[in-house]
Design a binder for this molecule. Sequence first.
Ligand SMILES: O=P(O)(O)OC[C@H]1O[C@H](O)[C@H](O)[C@@H](O)[C@@H]1O
Length: 542
Amino acid sequence: MQAGQLDSLAREAARLRPVHLRELLKQEQRFERFSRRAGPILLDFSRQKLDEPALAALGTILDQHAWQARRDAMFRGDVLNASEQRPVLHTALRAGYSALPSLAPAAVRAEVDETLARMAHMVDAVERSEPGDFDLPEGITDVINLGIGGSDLGPRLAVDALAAFHTGRVRCHFLPNVDGHRTASLMRSLDPRRTLVLLVSKSFTTQETLLNAAVLKEWLVNAYEGNGERANRHFLAVSANVDAARAYGIPSQRVLPMWDYVGGRYSVWSAVGLVLALAVGMDHFRALLRGAAQMDDHFRTADWRDNLPVLLALIGVWNRNGLGFPAHGVIPYHDGLGKLPAFLQQLEMESLGKSVSAEGGDLRQATVPVVWGSVGTNAQHAFFQALHQGTDIVPLDLIGVARPAHALGANHEALLANLLAQGAAFALGKTAEQALAESPAGLDESARHSLAAQRTFAGDRPSSTLLLDSLDPGSFGALLALYEHKVLIQALLWDINAFDQWGVELGKTLAKSILPALASGSLSSFDASTRGLIETLRGLRG
Ligand SMILES: O=P(O)(O)OC[C@H]1O[C@H](O)[C@H](O)[C@@H](O)[C@@H]1O
């Protein structure tokens, strides 16, 4: 942002800082003025430390960034990812379900449609336990999704979130980490002859994924007494590097493409979502795409004042750059969304965790806050103490679902009551006078004051509440698309490229040089700590 824009935020923040949320919440029609709906999602931001003038200042900055032009450029397939010279077209993956004319290039639409059709055939073959055109083994009961980062987090979250829609045809397992404990335990518990391995890697170069693939391959080859060909039938691959997948020995008919114009963390809508399609069936997978497309349409047409992704982005910018909060918490009140914080960590922190501009220049403002969180109510009994009374303020997204997919009414009422109570407690707090009035009888004056001080809640801690009508493929798709577009707008305002991730490279390169040194060889090229730790490990492992 420009200096003048940051100044305007600073002015608004200085004006609003002394105004307690308690006061803002007393404003007439506060909820009506600061909540919006798009399809199945309601966003209540009446508990944000915002008022109309502050929102107007944010809107002015937004307009100065020509946000609609950037948005349309993305949908059109312009090269938004300049450092890698790539368009950004995850929205094309669901364009077929949009009610608006697609802006995506026709060739892209065609390859997306073709891949979706191939996915459907694969799902059908597994469901009917037939080899289909893919030469798949029969009698598959279990599927391992072998992939990490974007090739894991979206599909894993989605398989959890849509548990109520599982067909029950196959069990799904996830193997992201190179940590052999899970690999070993999966191999112990599954029948290799009934297991399908989805090797999912956009680049097909990821160390963790390829190492686990080799281990699972050996497991399968052993299960077929050394018959590599039969073992191979258990592998399907999804990759943008189709040649590498084929070279790995997976025949073309069992390789589904994704493309460089889809970032890993934006890829659940592509064949990367195959494990989800196997879990819930193709109709539900399509419903997920439809839900995302509806959010795309909303993003493309709504005025910024009513535009959920834009508002979410502006609230984030306000909390980060106006009020200066360095963290952002995500608390879903639904066990099925328990992995949403991890998904958003990659989506937001890998996309927006940059300190240079898209042109390689210095930035004037802070960028992504630390995104973290966990499922409610569990989180309340773990770290909410610090959120209520700690010295740092962490703005929150509290996410709830109105209608559960079960008949345990009392459970759901309790869950919702907690969701609402926490937002209120964070905003309102409890004054020293209230705490004093509640202090137990029989204490002397100084003990009463001491206890009351400890039982005071400053409040004034902002949160947004996102309320989904129910958690189904459509609303879930809309929820993920909402956050994807939030990232686009924040990247625009912060002037960063949200679609590359150079920051993950250095550690990968170092790991390559450390790997052989763990066994033997000179350590002189390493720093003192790495040297010392390698020597210790060598000693401990003989
Ligand atoms: O899908 P892959 O190419 O195997 O990549 C898996 C992940 O690894 C990388 O290190 C990136 O930081 C992630 O953005 C990516 O999702």
